[in-house]
Design a protein around this ligand. Structure first.
Ligand code: DX5
Ligand code: ZN
Length: 218
């Protein structure tokens, strides 16, 4: 089964002094996903938002779908907090050393959708054990930590490989790609097999061009 395309704007790329305005822009573009990047200053060399921000936004805009990307060394310690904050989907990286499978189970037990994330250099095989357990695989197009970086085109083959693994296993997880996506490269990323597109910088700078490129992708 082929999933419909979703665009998940990353509020990291918007004005942090006016996060509600960022969500208003996402709504005005006719979109419902809000990608929230959570960074711990350790797994990635930057700090960003915490569960309080997700709680405030989901309280003000309960109609939106909160796609929470945890870039943390110890994501399993924060699942309950993000679940209570109103996250709809919680994605956890496979690279740090913690119980990934048990954490995915905890996310599902709390009634949320669960995803695993692969850094650009992490091979698709690292996701293989989790494919039957997730709603989404998030493939990073940049080394996580900062918005506005250049997409690493070497991940296109990983997107295709995961799309093939999905077809062969008759599973139906979404394939999300995050980092460096622009109006110029989004079509090839969708053609490689992505159905969920994260965009921070480009969404807030060139909203219409990005939406048109997605719409016109054949
Ligand atoms: C990177 C984050 C991304 C980032 C994308 O650490 O996970 O979600 O905000 O930003 P752009 O679209 O600017 O590359
Ligand atoms: Zn992200």
């Amino acid at each position: 089964m082929v999933n419909s395309i979703e665009i998940a704007p990353s509020i990291l790329g918007g004005d942090h002094s006016a996060l509600a305005d960022s969500v208003d822009k996402i709504k005005a573009a006719g979109l419902s996903w809000v990608h929230v990047d959570i960074m711990d200053g350790h797994f990635v060399p930057n700090l960003s938002f915490g569960p309080g921000i997700v709680k405030s936004l989901s309280g003000k805009f309960p109609e939106m779908f909160y796609d929470v990307h945890l870039m943390l060394d110890n994501p399993h310690l924060y699942i309950d907090a993000f679940s209570k904050s109103g996250a709809n989907l919680i994605s956890i990286h496979v690279e740090p050393d913690y119980p990934v499978e048990a954490t995915l189970q905890e996310i599902h037990l709390l009634g949320k959708k669960a995803g695993v994330v692969l850094n650009p250099k992490t091979p698709e095989g690292a996701a293989a054990p989790y494919l039957p357990l997730v709603d989404l695989i998030l493939i990073m197009g940049v080394q996580p930590g900062f918005g506005g970086q250049k997409f690493d085109a070497s991940v296109l083959s990983k997107i295709s490989a995961l799309a093939k693994m999905r077809e062969e296993s008759k599973l139906n997880f979404r394939i999300e790609v995050d980092g460096g996506i622009t109006a110029a490269n989004v079509s090839e990323i969708i053609r490689a097999g992505a159905d969920t597109i994260v965009a921070g910088t480009e969404f807030f700078r060139n909203t219409q061009s990005l939406l048109e490129s997605v719409k016109n992708t054949k």
